[in-house]
Design a protein around this ligand. Sequence first.
Ligand code: DLL
Length: 435
Amino acid sequence: MFFQKEIETLQRSKLEQLQLERLKKIVAYCYDNVPFYTKKFDSVGLKPSHITSFKEFRNLPPTTKDDFRDNYPYGLLAVPMQKIVRLHASSGTTGKPVVVCYTKGDLDIWSDAVARFIVSSGGRSSDIVQNAFGYGLFTGALGLHTGWEKIGAAVIPASAGNTERQIMLMRDLKVTALVATPSYGLYIGETMREIGVKPSDLSLRLGFFGAEASTKETHAQLSALLGIRTNDNYGLTEVMGPGVAGECELKCGMHIAEDHFYAEIVDGETLKPLPDGDEGEMLITTLTKEGMPVLRYRTKDITRLNRDPCACGRTHARMNRVVGRTDDMLIIRGVNVFPSQIESVLMEMDGVGNSYEIIVDRVKHADTLEVLIEITDGSLLNEYAALEALRSKIRRRLREVLQLDVKVRLVEPMSIKRYEGKAKRVRDLRKDAGK
Ligand code: DLL
């Protein structure tokens, strides 16, 4: 089923034509209304009239998170403040947050884009939806909220936290769809197990997980714990929030709402464009945003694009699951490691819990990588041989995948911190100590 069938299934050549028309318009709009972009174009001798194809557009230097910070809070606005009806911000761990502003039109497109992936993944007006994203400045909660409302579903703004109460609400209110981060979804599932609530005690059938990287194995785990079919959806504050891309029922990549976003994949270091199918950093340009349009935004997210038609009938390109962020990639003794690679290994192993922590350090000038892993059966801690067998099995598997020796420390069930929002699984002691 489709939310906006005509545009979702538009012939590829027509879709690309529409993108180019919109690109030319947004480029001129930014040039005329945002001094930051006027300067950016002028700095490389480009004028909007030069942009007659996607190729020329690639000569424009990308926009970064720092550009948002340097223009904090309203420097990137393209309309007078009186046209703005909503603001959001991303928390950011250091410095000023990134502030984004939406016009009425922007909100309408935003909820359309979210509604699209909800419907494409099986969400219906008959659903009762528990939204366990933290309500507030975060785009996740209100983004999913308005998308679900748009299709006519009943939304419960539960917000994050108070996990046992979440489960009570799910059961009592006969909730059919859950919205959360994958980490929080796992935590809810574990808590259900702990307090003896089975998936069959609930009416839950769908789970919409986004806002952080997750693996196929994590989704399988979520599916088993909660008795649901899962959806992965992607977005970011600077560009809009959730709704940039989302899986359809076939779960073979996330369809990008290409009538609103133009995506490119570039080499994360040289910023040179990469061909379709190659893995690299994704840049996104908003094609229809009025309030704070963004040109060639460096997402830092590593993925690949696939423009082949999908069996669901949608023609919009699919992005693969995000492998990680360029700034989350660990370099251990010269080897690149993404936390998601470790997560994939752990999530498919028996006897291992859902939470883990990666600790990176430098000892005598050599990098070390240690993974703290929960076991599911606490009694194993008293059985040396069994414990050792599990430990070496995990080490072996991690070495196969990472090509690296990893120290594995098995710890008690439920002893590692759980997260109600985005999880923080890596502790890099090299950075903390300035090593
Ligand atoms: O997390 C927007 C969002 C909310 C998306 C709810 C989906 C659902 P930010 O807080 O600005 O916005 O964080 C954006 O989160 O650059 C990615 O690194 C990561 N991210 C978001 N969704 C996914 C996903 C929201 N499905 C940053 N898979 C992005 C992997 C994701 N990473």
